[in-house]
Design a protein around this ligand. Sequence first.
Ligand code: NAP
Length: 311
Amino acid sequence: MSKQTRIGKTDLYVNQIGLGTNAIGGHNLFPNLNEDTGRKVLRTALEEGINFWDTAYIYGPERSEEIIGEVLKDTGKRKDVVLATKAAHKFVDGNVVFDNSPAFLRESVESSLKRLQTDYIDLFYIHFPDEATPKDEAVGALKELKDAGKIKAIGVSNFTFEQLKEANKDGYVDVLQSEYNLFKREAEHDLLPYTAENQISFIPYFPLASGLLGGKYNENSKFDDIRAKDPLFQGQAYSSNLQKVEELRVIANRKHAEVADIALAWYLTRHSIDVLIPGAKKPEQVTRNLKALDVDLTMDDIAEISAIFAQ
Ligand code: NAP
């Protein structure tokens, strides 16, 4: 088994390359998803020792967690995987609202446990902040679930800097999951310095910028999923982003690696980033993403990559 890394101050140890699973059963995000391919992606991850899986109630909704639960049950590998899931979305009269109330979080943990067919969740996140619940109270509810052994670590996601500080008043937050990639580096202003100073592990989502940092798109690529509305993929911004990817490719070629490997390796040089959760739609992508661990970036490489994507 490859080297295991501790996630921040938790007792969770994982391969630094994990797996984002919003494309496993995430029918509400990606049309025409094939669930059998999703199962194959998970089985490949198991074979390759990719043991940190990131899911959420809203991926599907419910289907991503359910498929993960089925695969872990069928393979008997629950204990080999560190499972992270999230909740906050609530359907009210067909509309989604966010709820961080202690009662809703407790209920959400129970229903995720059922879908995942397990009796503990390794890392449970509040997926999005609501407007009503004091953040330390919401995290306090998760602390009680942690003390009861239902969850092993506490995460928050999509919290602003102010919300994160409030959530972490008692020092209970183990992980922050926020959008961060070479194109979106706002977290460097306040979130990353705060997590580094407060022993919180920062897990970047969209690490491959939804595939843009995979290096295979061009001006003619068409998107019929969440990317159709993503500003990174629109008009002039898209052209200029493709140009930056080509500049990154020059470094990748020099290092005998792929663009995605280089991007993933660069994040792992950031303070407080312990583990990554690139998404995969095909088994080959899962295997490929492990190559990031073979990339050795020098200080000069790191500075050069930062300069290409300077903001
Ligand atoms: P991502 O990791 O930035 O991009 C994943 C996509 O990149 C894949 O679906 C695939 O798309 C492409 N890809 C993957 N490996 C590749 C490789 N080696 N070479 C070339 N292309 C490759 O985006 P994401 O999957 O949406 O985000 C990652 C995870 O973060 C999610 O799965 C989810 O678990 C989590 N997330 C959390 C939040 C939150 O609010 N907390 C929000 C979003 C996502 P194509 O095959 O289509 O190119």
